[in-house]
Design a protein around this ligand. Structure first.
Ligand SMILES: [Zn+2]
Length: 427
């Protein structure tokens, strides 16, 4: 006889990470009912139905990971089988959620719907939809490949329309890229707030930002993408004056170019550490998150080196950009800014590469785990459902063979992965 009894799984004797306290609670049970964590503790209560028991002795349970900076729509340019294989790889490795920061909104909605209807396996996608910017669009060319990946917002009406549209299409956040008029961005931020959509920004150009970080924080933006983001705000006084002059007089693009070359040749010498620390203090005061995406710059470096005739000038520019990224990220790490783990790509293993780079630059294993679990959940406003292993949250759990607090490489020792209470990987 069919019953409407609920499906239960009991994970026995597992060490559970408490992300808030930063400790493992040893030899606990986790009772999962349907898609939720029902109970935790020693010898969890079991109902009349006997649950499916899985012995997890000596294993380590952490919340399912978020990749915080991906562009999954790019996968639709691949053959369908490759796309499905890569999406599956994410969850198999324990990356159960993705924060997608730019792609055509309908493409992402359809990918998310297919995954939730179990047409194929993949991460739960929290997407922004298009990258929004005042025209002319920096990535206009990309619209030929993925139509709708970037959309021009030139007026308050444009801002109102796009927020309404992406909200209707199931977006969970807003991604701003590059140029914006201040009155339009202010209006857009109000609209986004009304639709409960947090906003993140990639300020765009290396040095000329229409919304520099300090202004962005004042306007209410609570996340910044890419290590280089602080650069124009923290230039030494004389360079900053020169920069501001070029920005204010609608300068000749050639003069801007010359200035950029000069700053690039100065590299970290262009930076005032005092100003950087002041900016970081401001970030801390306003609970601002930072997603450095260090790995993507390493990829750029490797690509250039591998090319038939590596361009020395280009290589040098990438090297300086890398040094700047690292300097800013290290300072933020030292001062305890909330760092998000994001790779700026579509390859599951790159998330772990990003973790290793963050570790090399001073971020502790615990903070790396938080940056891939509770911080993105809080930032997205979904910490009541995800981000930690707690009763009544979604049963999205990664069980590891080795303790990840003892070495970040242990994140790659997946033993069992549950997504919304379903086993999606078992060793
Ligand atoms: Zn990106």
């Amino acid at each position: 006889m069919e019953t409407d009894s609920k499906k239960q799984i009991l994970l026995k004797n597992v060490n559970i990470l408490d992300v808030d306290k930063g400790i493992f609670r040893n030899n606990q049970d986790i009772l999962i009912e349907d898609n939720l964590i029902k109970e935790m503790g020693k010898d969890s209560h079991v109902g009349e139905e006997s649950p499916m028991e899985i012995d997890c002795s000596q294993k380590f349970a952490i919340p399912g990971l978020f990749e915080c900076h991906a562009h999954l729509a790019a996968l639709t340019l691949q053959p369908d089988e490759i796309k499905k294989q890569i999406l599956k790889e994410f969850v198999v490795k324990g990356i159960i959620q993705v924060r997608d920061v730019g792609g055509p909104v309908k493409t992402l909605k359809s990918m998310k719907d297919s995954i939730s209807n179990r047409e194929f396996i993949g991460p739960v996608i929290f997407y922004a939809g298009p990258m929004l910017e005042k025209g002319p669009l920096t990535w206009e060319e990309q619209n030929k490949i993925l139509p709708g990946i970037t959309v021009a917002i030139n007026s308050k009406q444009d801002a109102k329309n796009i927020i309404q549209e992406i909200s209707n299409e199931g977006s969970s956040l807003v991604k701003i890229f590059g140029k914006f008029d201040e009155d339009v961005i202010k209006y857009l931020l109000i609209e986004a707030k009304e639709h409960n959509l947090p906003v993140t920004i990639d300020p765009g150009d290396k040095l000329f930002h229409s919304i520099p970080m300090d202004l962005g924080i004042d306007l209410g933006i609570r996340c910044f993408e890419h290590g280089k983001a602080p650069w124009p705000v923290v230039l030494k006084d004389d360079l900053k004056a020169e920069h501001d002059n070029l920005i204010s007089i609608k300068a000749d693009p050639k003069d801007k170019q010359t200035f950029t070359e000069k700053i690039l040749s100065l590299g970290i010498e262009s930076i005032s550490l005092t100003k950087l620390r002041q900016l970081i203090d401001k970030m801390l005061d306003h609970d601002v998150h930072f997603c450095p995406t260090l790995h993507v710059v390493k990829c750029m470096q490797m690509q250039e080196q591998k090319s038939k005739e590596p361009n020395k000038g280009e290589l040098n520019k990438i090297k300086i950009l890398d040094e700047i990224n690292i300097l800013f990220t290290r300072e933020m790490i030292k001062q305890n800014v909330k760092i998000l783990v994001g790779q700026d790509g579509v390859m599951p293993e790159f998330t772990f590469n990003e973790m290793e780079l963050l570790k090399e630059n001073g971020l502790s294993e615990l903070e790396i785990i938080k940056g891939a679990t509770i911080y993105p959940a809080q930032w997205l406003g979904i910490a009541d459902q995800l981000g930690s292993i707690s009763p009544n949250k979604k049963a999205s759990i990664l069980i590891l063979n080795k303790n990840p607090l003892e070495g970040i490489q242990n994140m790659k020792t997946a033993h069992l992965v549950l997504q919304n209470g379903k086993i999606v990987f078992q060793e």
